[in-house]
Write a protein that binds this ligand. Sequence first.
Ligand code: HXC
Length: 510
Amino acid sequence: MKEIIAQLEEKRSAAQLGGGQARIDAQHKRGKLTARERLEVLLDKDSFEEWDAFVEHRCTDFGMEETKIPGDGVVCGYGAINGRMVFVYSQDFTVFGGSLAEAHAKKICKLMEQAMKVGAPIIGLNDSGGARIQEGVVSLGGYADVFQRNALASGVVPQISVVMGPSAGGAVYSPAMTDFIFMVKDTSYMFVTGPDVTKTVTHEVISAEQLGGAVTHSTVSGVCDCAYENDVETLMMVRRFMNYLPSHNREKAPYRPTSDDPERLVMSLDTLVPDNPNKPYDIREVVHKVSDEAEFWEIQPDHAKNIVIGFARMDGHPVGIVANQPMVQAGCLDIKSSIKAARFVRFCDAFSIPLVTFVDVPGFMPGSAQEYGGIIKHGAKLLFAYAEATVPKITIITRKAYGGAYDVMASKHLRGDVNLAWPSAEIAVMGPKGAVEIIFRKDIGDEEKIAERTEEYRQKFANPFIAASRGFIDDIISPHETRKRICRSLAMLRNKKLENPWRKHDNIPL
Ligand code: HXC
């Protein structure tokens, strides 16, 4: 027995070493941790239970039968983050460049299936050269097997991808199908086709970093939700992020006791909105001030900044925040902001996280670029997402709520549960100037008359009272009461039950 145990330990040590010390040193030299070191940072101490450490590939082409490395380039298993179970896989770049092939994919699929059965999130640490070239089409099959499980797990358990090295070709599509993508700045990149193929096909010369680095994806494309400086910071942030999420779709998001009084009044909010309706203010200030301990986890903070999304807690309970940002493009809705917010609303709804929406929106962005880009369809995504959402929905209109955008932003008509307005709210079909220039077109040119009509329109319609008189707004509140009213509303809604009609699935405009 002793001998067998010794053999086992020997094999385990070999598996621990992955592709060998030289490749581990190379990984470190690039500023990257190894697959196992990453799991040590991500998971609670001594919580990791590894599966399939002895799995090897069965490929016999290109001399592969000579190079079998236990584990086949991915470390899989389950462990805990702040005491809550998660399933993890961590691709080992030191073994065949972390490339994915039959055995590697089977390991990932196995843990995904188990995670779905027991109801625990799946976190993938991606660091891979893509499909293992030596295994050819078998590798492609392996990817598709993972994609299939990504689709099945979607909305069942949270799926988080952490891109910590290359993620090229088909390798991007598993992360893309998960709920959130974290990236490490400077050492990770994602693209469907890399710089070389890009140059051949389009003659465009571009670096990997420019094409698909963390900065590109967290600013331009919006593929990346959160980007951090290095492996350790990124993994520590994933640990914190998980505190906002339930483990599965039949569980409520985790409550965290707070000493922040839910009835706390925030007097400074009374002077936040400028008198001049064209002057911006930072909506994030409202979000921070009304949230527990002023904590707000912003998602995609540098992409489509005209809308702000993220998680906060109210009286200890996680909520999803969606807020128009008057500081950027006056907070209007456009293609990118609609897509950004729609996906977030759907995540929150899938995992029973209540939505708190702050509205200051002058409408949809006009122009051919938006129309040609399909703002009709993309704007409809956000509209659809809010309309189908059955979670508690609380809406606070701080200033403008004009036109179609008023309807879209969790209005009463889309089953908003509690719709409140600040006295500064302007709820109307459009802004006073635009409205007057349409209904009094004949007066255009007569500055005095237009100004008079505009003021008349403003007095009559640019306020919350008409909407309130119809019951579209449940109450007009002083800004300083906002936190108190949100917390009370959430408490009232804690046992809310609402179901949509049966169907196979809906058909959101994609
Ligand atoms: C097998 C691979 C590999 C792969 C890397 N390696 N990618 N082995 N299959 N796809 C191996 C290398 O041979 C090398 O082995 C080790 O990993 C490290 O690779 P290097 O090239 O030395 O590292 P680096 O210079 O950092 O470059 C990393 C890289 C590059 C940019 C990822 O390796 C690369 O371009 N790889 C190929 C990427 C690719 O085209 N993949 C297929 C994409 S298509 P040794 O033994 O020397 O350490 C695809 C289709 C999927 O994924 C579609 C699904 C729908």
